[in-house]
Design a protein around this ligand. Structure first.
Ligand SMILES: [Zn+2]
Length: 142
């Protein structure tokens, strides 16, 4: 098996990735969706159920969850690395957060090409900005 050190991602859209990260961190409120621990937003990463290279679902909010990352200073293993490196852990997490129907719908989109399932980046961007803005307003009221 060939292990690629660096993934060659065809898609480069820092803005969309940034927007998804910001949104995911906001909804997490610093809590990891898998272990439930409060680690603080700076320790929350965007975990993709279907890999980022699956362009059709890279910015699909059904495909991303806030998970904690490794903490080298304490040696604590983060959930992001655990689900990314263990197919069984990933699958069981997916069944925890989604219904079988939702999983199969997501899988269908994830296995399509952009030609079969064109995504509108500007629309996704606008939606993410809108959702983030709403969340930030809630934060302000608190
Ligand atoms: Zn965790």
């Amino acid at each position: 098996m060939i292990k690629k050190k660096k993934r060659n991602e065809g898609v480069r859209d820092g803005t969309l990735d940034d927007l998804v990260r910001k949104y995911i961190r906001l909804i997490s409120d610093g809590y990891c969706r898998r272990c439930g621990e409060h680690v603080g937003v700076e320790w929350i990463e965007v975990a993709h159920m279907y890999r980022r290279s699956r362009k059709t679902v890279r910015w699909d909010l059904r495909n991303v969850y806030p998970l904690c990352k490794d903490n080298p200073s304490t040696g604590r293993k983060g959930c992001h690395g655990i689900v990314d490196n263990d197919q069984l852990e990933l699958t069981s997490f997916m069944y925890e957060v989604m219904t079988p129907k939702e999983i199969s719908e997501l899988q269908e989109v994830a296995t399509m090409t952009l030609k079969e399932y064109p995504i509108d980046r500007e629309k996704i961007k606008a939606e993410l900005k809108e959702k983030t803005k709403e969340l930030e307003c809630v934060e302000d009221i608190r």
